[in-house]
Design a protein around this ligand. Structure first.
Ligand code: SF4
Length: 481
């Protein structure tokens, strides 16, 4: 196969852990992938690779250091603008580019970014706005649209509860120091070409030491929009551009000052959605069929059980935890589910904690689980040593167990990934692990509850319910005690 070189990028990405990887970690249709390519091209075409320092964020863009062939600094969450300040002051001849998302820049790092812009630090900030937190599961971000559904605004963002969308370009445009502020999009070919011109402009300004530049890029996040790539791009054009008009707000070098915003002719102004106000907790936590959740019943005779589920993002680890928590809820137990993510949704580490108890639960964090389910080696190495004496570790058979489990802890190896592949459903490895939990009676919950919870997890894809029910039962038969 002929390897096509991408200007400005490494030809392979072995640092991501796969020796000859040539694909990025981004989900299909993600705007980051397009922007990454454009940035690499501009940097290379302008001959700036040896002068450029990229400051990488925390968020879905974290792994840009795998891809762009230039110098990199990896900043703590929200601190890319602060790190870029240090870089451009220490190396004034360098071209310093901070790459940040809307959670990273718009929320936790807003003041760092705003003050750097106010001081006119000599770096370019490329800011990806996909209207939510991508890496951590699609929670509301400051840029979330009014009425937009996210995992933390399941009825749509209600400004009376969570404020209005943050317009970063417009806010920064109140400052005196920036030399360039613009908003572009990568939702279609024409916009991508315009985006490349804007990125090139950011590099040119930095190469000439002109001063602070902000480029906001509207980008689709199909995974968290819950859409295919085409619909996600349409969402960017039709709904995001209504809130965040594209255009050059300022380009001092070209004599453009003040807003020069444009709405793309294809943009449609959508009717304002009805947003239900103040949803009740009962509504928020309603059962999948819309009925109210069964009330929790205190039962001091039910001991507290703590679970940890861990693996790679995309293996269904978080869903597996939700199934166990949901099963507990169906049995009127107190329960908590607490996710923890690696640097992106697809491919990075993911884990979640679940606590099930007959009485109120003090903390959702699980440091010493009774049961640990591991789907990859890093998870085993990280969590196995913490399992309680008398506890159980269920680990996928593909994981090399290079460290013995702690004394008094039972280890069971289950070929979950292999079984799922044999069934022709590689994505169902988490269902195989649920079968193992049932087989080993590891949850203290009824088999029917676990099965009902599994089916409920497919409420948005009802065609998969019976398939997964069958997989669960067949896998359980295959797993030996
Ligand atoms: S979660 Fe969204 S922003 Fe993150 S890689 Fe996937 S599509 Fe892109």
């Amino acid at each position: 196969m002929k390897v096509i070189e991408q200007k400005g990028m490494y030809t392979e990405f072995p640092r991501c852990g796969k020796p000859h990887a040539r694909t990025t970690h981004y989900c299909p249709g993600c705007g980051h992938g397009i922007v990454n390519k454009l940035i690499a091209e501009c940097c290379a075409e302008l001959g700036l690779q040896d002068r450029t320092i990229f400051v990488d964020p925390v968020g879905c863009g974290v792994f840009t250091y795998y891809y762009w062939d230039a110098a990199h600094i990896s900043a703590a969450h929200g601190r890319a603008s602060a790190a870029a300040t240090g870089a451009c002051r220490a190396r004034p001849d360098a071209v310093t580019i901070a790459y940040q998302g809307d959670g990273d820049l718009g929320a936790i790092g807003f003041n760092n970014a705003f003050q750097a812009a106010s001081r006119g630090e000599k770096f370019g900030c490329i800011f990806i706005n996909n209207s939510l937190y991508g890496m951590t599961g699609g929670q509301m971000a400051p840029t979330t649209l009014e009425g937009e559904k996210t995992t933390t605004t399941p009825f749509g963002r209600d400004p009376s509860l969570t404020g209005h969308p943050l317009h970063v370009c417009e806010v920064f445009n109140e400052l005196q120091a920036p030399v360039y502020i613009a908003r572009v999009s990568v939702a279609d070919t024409k916009r991508i070409m315009e985006c490349k011109r804007a990125i090139r402009r950011v590099f040119e300004l930095q190469a000439s030491g002109a001063g602070y530049a902000l480029l906001e890029i509207l980008a689709p996040c199909p995974t968290n929009f819950g859409m295919g790539a085409i619909d996600a791009a349409s969402f960017c054009m039709n709904e995001m551009e209504r809130e965040f008009p594209l255009g050059v707000f300022r380009d001092v070098g070209k004599g453009v000052m003040g807003a020069e915003k444009t709405v793309h002719p294809d943009s449609k102004v959508l009717a304002v959605k009805e947003v239900p106000r103040y949803p009740t907790c009962e509504a928020l936590f309603a059962t999948p069929d819309g009925t109210e959740a069964p009330p929790v019943e205190d039962d001091p005779g039910v001991p507290e059980m703590r679970f940890k589920f861990a693996g790679y993002g995309g293996q269904g680890i978080l869903s597996l935890g939700i199934c166990v928590a949901e099963a507990a809820r169906l049995e009127k137990r107190h329960t908590l589910w607490f996710p923890s993510y690696g640097p992106e949704q697809r491919g990075g580490s993911a884990s979640c904690s679940v606590v099930v108890s007959g009485t109120k639960i003090g903390s959702p964090t699980v440091e010493h689980p009774d049961v640990l389910v591991c789907m990859n080696q890093p998870s085993y190495e990280r969590f196995a040593k913490d399992v309680k004496n008398g506890g159980l570790i269920i680990v996928d058979s593909s994981v090399p167990v290079c460290v013995d489990p702690p004394e008094g802890v039972e280890l069971k190896r289950v070929p979950a990934i292999k079984m799922a592949e044999d069934f022709g459903v590689p994505k169902a490895a988490n269902t195989m692990m649920l079968a193992a939990l049932r087989k080993f009676k590891a949850t203290g919950l009824k088999d029917e509850s676990l099965e009902t919870a599994l089916c409920a997890s497919f409420k948005k894809k009802p065609q998969l319910i019976e398939k997964n029910r069958t997989l669960l039962r067949e896998a359980e038969e295959r797993i030996s005690l």
